[in-house]
Ligand binder design. Structure first.
Ligand code: NI
Length: 212
């Protein structure tokens, strides 16, 4: 079944690959970001070209309040998504697609670890994450942390994110929405574009679970 998509994901080129990211925020000087940080374009180009390193260690707090590192998830194929619980449409849709993909995999999904890392740690407490992911696959682990730790993890995966410049309590966070696959040995395997149908996500995961 086709899902409805926000209009801003319709243009050609790589713009549709951005989750919740407005065109203005790409080309405007970064308001929230520190000066030395790479731009959205640099991050995305590095990811798409396959020339930039992707992935790396992280140390964060899960939705039950426990400290977790990347090493904790060795032995499983990690399906990793960065987003935030207040995201109006794209993040919940993507987590739902991952959930449906894991359903389709049946028992093979026991070898998969879905991870959700917030890019909005100010609002996304462990309790809030627990509430949010309870709507999705029960194997999901959601991670938050201090902003420097979140930023480090996001930059490692070349995730662009920026809190919108507003004083409103219901601020959006612009962010890229790729789905990352990380091998049981912790090595980055590749990314899936946002908005992929559950069948395609399941196929991509199944291919990585095959013995090589
Ligand atoms: Ni989102």
């Amino acid at each position: 079944m086709r899902r409805t998509r926000p209009e801003r994901r319709e243009p050609s080129g790589w713009l549709p690959l951005l989750c919740c990211l407005t065109v203005a925020s790409i080309f405007a000087p970064a308001i929230a970001a520190e000066p030395a940080e790479p731009s959205a374009v640099e991050l995305i180009e590095g990811l798409l070209s396959g020339k930039a390193p992707v992935g790396g260690p992280f140390e964060l707090t899960d939705h039950t309040g426990h400290r977790r590192t990347d090493v904790d998830f060795r032995g499983k194929l990690v399906v990793l998504y960065f987003g935030y619980t207040s995201c109006p449409d794209v993040c919940p849709t993507e987590l739902q697609a991952i959930t449906l993909a894991l359903d389709k995999l049946g028992t093979a999904a026991d070898r998969v670890q879905p991870l959700f890392v917030t890019v909005d740690p100010e609002r996304d407490t462990p309790a809030r994450l627990a509430d949010f992911i309870s709507a999705f696959d029960p194997r999901f682990v959601a991670l938050t942390g201090a902003m420097p730790a979140i930023r480090k993890a996001a930059l490692a995966y070349r995730v662009y994110f920026a809190k919108a410049a507003t004083t409103a309590e219901s601020y959006p966070v612009d962010h890229t929405g790729f789905v990352y696959l990380v091998g049981a040995d912790g090595r980055y395997l590749g990314f899936l574009p946002p908005g992929l149908a559950p069948d395609a996500i399941a196929d991509a995961i199944r291919a990585q679970l095959q013995p090589k």
